[in-house]
Design a protein around this ligand. Sequence first.
Ligand SMILES: Cc1cc2nc3c(=O)[nH]c(=O)nc-3n(C[C@H](O)[C@H](O)[C@H](O)COP(=O)(O)O)c2cc1C
Length: 445
Amino acid sequence: MSTSPPPPSERAAKRLKLDHLNSDSFKNGVFLAPMVRSGALPTRLTALKHGASLVWSPEVVDKAILHAERVVDPVTGVISYNGKTRAIFTTHPVEKPYLIYQIGSASPELAVQAAKTVVQDVSGVDLNCGCPKPFSTHAGMGAALLTNPDLLCDILTALRRELPPEVTVSAKIRLLPSQDDTKRLVERIVRTGVSALTVHCRTRNMRPREAALIERLRGIVEFVDSLGAGIPVVANGDCQGWEDAKRVKRITGASSVMIATAAEANPSCFAVTPLRNLETTLIPSYLRLSKYLDNYWALTKFCVSQFKGVRSEMTKDEAHELKCRIIKAKGYEELTELVGSWTGDADLAEIVKSIHSRRSRPLLVDPPETPLSQLSPSAYNAEDYSSEEDPPLATPPDRPNPEPPTSCAPLGPSTAARMPQPALITGSDKLTPTPTPRHVSPFSP
Ligand SMILES: Cc1cc2nc3c(=O)[nH]c(=O)nc-3n(C[C@H](O)[C@H](O)[C@H](O)COP(=O)(O)O)c2cc1C
């Protein structure tokens, strides 16, 4: 067998294929859940660096993105969708092959328009059908769709019909109180042509602190299997990390597992060995990266306030003192001493490198029926790009994304083109309520 690299045309074709997701991409993975505020760009990049197979954006309500201006930072490569006063959504091309953009919507037309606004920068679009907060449900969005299956399915059908076939459409629901009702809903969703379905194993009325009902998912997974469409079901609820995902997978039979709260506390939880001592490991590099990416300071501070890892190098008091320093800081500049010299470009370069060089790491509970070497790369999502001459950072040529020519050039200060990016994004262009952190943090934003 020849060991020489494939000709450029083959490489380009392979790259294109890998850049597009399909149903298989939602199998055998561990995913970062959509999280308003906590799912900010630096967190998503950190999760990818540490092994998350796919990452979801925070929910953005359809109307909010429609009139945003797309601005690309020529230095960092950050793409920013700016509203009148703030960035509605920011992303970086390195995450595009793994990025699912989540929409909040109660209208097929608006959902399609919103998805088309960002489609060049994402690989999939997900419909939020689970948010129980009144600001969502009052407008007929989020969990309100669970009891309006006609509208829910109309939105999914419209998205599937109107978006390019290489962009996946998926939905994230909650359990309904009755298993039969849940199955009926799931069947309708599957028939819209979605590429995957995530089930948050709590009902609409359950609080986050109540244990997720993951044992209910097996019946739903088996039911979806029996429909024969090959649609992967993603289990969500109370998973603590990579190791724990195997437990969830074993109990539920789900294709993949999605993590929210544990990743909010430690975005490296996707690693076989997550980072410990976050104060000296994760936090300095997260701050450097956030500053380099020009992440809104209050948002960065909020995310760091949620970090909570296993500690052995610092006492509780020392860690508390450090966090207090961060809370009190008015901006990145006040923390220079804490993080060393500002070399966030190096942190981004490291992330880019680790994303491009990561090898397949399927979350297997049982040995695969097919040897890994014979599985298609997309079946386990990550691929080793190290033999490629030019890694697929930029948008493939068949998509109308003019920039950035090389987002691999994170060298130097970023421009002023980006705007502060507060947390939850709704139809009005004002700051809006965000989920209250479930644990009291010593440094609320
Ligand atoms: C801070 C925070 C923000 C969230 N924002 C969203 C969101 O934007 N869209 C969504 O579908 N779910 C959202 N969720 C719910 C999570 O995606 C997930 O379904 C839920 O937390 C259960 O997963 P867990 O048990 O791993 O936390 C959010 C959860 C948290 C903790």
